[in-house]
Design a protein. Structure first.
Length: 377
């Protein structure tokens, strides 16, 4: 395996000049990169990076300085919490793919300290809570007719369970011990760690929580609903023509904006009115949006793919990322050439302090120092 050494590139791109209300470096002078090996995978989070293959897991800071690494086995899988505070090693049996069983779950903080473990859970994977490292184990998978979800405390003790049908989404709140579970049948509900329902939010296709867990955005056919502390504040009608429903949502309490990403359109809305503030890509062709993120200061990043067709085949070897301020001014853009990847790449995330934009492709992990602050629209 080649050495994983970040490359520090000086003044590699120049962003557009922006309004005086925005503090943003007109020149980006630090881009740290790690090239990935063929079997390596990079996960960007608000607290840093996780890079892993079949033999090694490495944890990096947001600027791609390596902080911790450890060996892993071929039958172990890495699961990372949404904001990167915790990770788990899931060890499976060595039997055929049609007879897979999860033998052990071991949970660690991002410095590698072991917190708790459980043997022979009925789950096949888990979802970690960024607040304290608790977990919900999932016996089933998204799209399965039936799934069981088991809750585990910090001692690995089973604390409760729920049954759901056609699981379509799951996410812990970053403010408490509440987990949001979405079902294509019963809709979006929040649960405590005993498996008791806290709130029922009704039908949902996609949902997103703000960085502090106070705000919730829920999309369903033809509308997006906005909640604060569980109370519905408003509803916005959206156009789902040609099946172009929201593929992702990002919401920010600190700047009171919500970004709604469709595959060919990004719209940004002011909260709490849900009025549309600006849009990008809408009506254009050739680009397929892959991910969206909002920084604590209101900068909005979007990743995109540019599919190309040749001899009846579709290739995904070009794309990039765009960075906007909260008013919709384009600050910076990056074009990428890469090996063929899935529709969900490139992935964009901001560091928790908003100083770094993290971009993941199947070829590399990239941390870009942006800094800056912005005013509300």
């Amino acid at each position: 395996m080649r050495a994983l050494t970040p490359l520090i590139l000086a003044t590699v791109v120049t962003a557009c000049l922006v309004a005086a209300s925005l503090t943003f470096a007109s020149e980006i002078t630090q881009v740290n990169r790690i090239e990935l090996t063929e079997d390596q995978y990079a996960t960007p989070t608000a607290t840093g990076w996780y890079l892993f293959d079949r033999k090694e897991l490495s944890v990096y800071s947001v600027d791609l300085t390596r902080e911790f690494n450890r060996s892993i086995k071929g039958n172990e899988r890495v699961v990372v919490s949404d904001r990167g505070a915790y990770f788990a090693l899931l060890r499976y049996n060595d039997k055929s793919p049609t007879d897979i069983a999860l033998l052990n779950v071991d949970v660690y903080n991002r410095t590698g300290t072991h917190l708790w473990g459980v043997a022979n859970p009925r789950a096949v994977t888990i979802e970690l809570n960024d607040v304290n490292g608790e977990a919900v184990g999932i016996a089933g998978a998204e799209g399965f007719a039936k799934s069981a979800l088991d809750f585990y405390s910090l001692s690995g003790k089973y604390t409760g369970s729920i049954q759901t049908t056609y699981l379509s989404g799951k996410k812990w709140s970053s403010r408490d011990r509440t987990v949001y579970i979405n079902s294509a049948d019963s809709g979006l509900r929040s649960y405590d760690t005993t498996g008791s329902v806290v709130l029922d939010y009704g039908p949902a296709k996609r949902f997103a929580l703000s960085e502090d867990g106070e705000l919730l955005a829920v999309s369903s056919p033809g509308e997006i609903r906005y909640y604060r502390n569980g109370f519905k504040i408003g509803t916005a009608r959206i156009n789902n023509e040609n099946g172009n429903a929201p593929a992702a949502i990002a919401i920010s309490k600190s700047t009171s904006v919500m970004a709604v990403m469709r595959r060919n359109c990004l719209t940004v809305h002011r909260l709490p009115t849900l009025d549309s503030v600006w849009a990008d890509h809408c009506g254009s062709s050739g680009r397929s949006l892959s991910s969206v993120a909002i920084s604590p200061s209101g900068l909005i990043a979007v990743g995109f793919d540019v599919p190309a067709k040749e001899n009846g085949n579709t290739y995904h070897t070009a794309g990039g990322a765009r960075l906007f301020d909260v008013t919709g001014s384009l600050l910076w853009s990056l074009d990428l050439i890469y090996t063929d990847w899935s529709r969900e790449h490139p992935i964009v995330r901001f560091s928790s302090d908003g100083r770094y934009l993290l971009i993941a492709t199947k070829d590399e992990a990239m941390s870009i120092l942006i800094g800056g602050d912005t005013s509300q629209p």
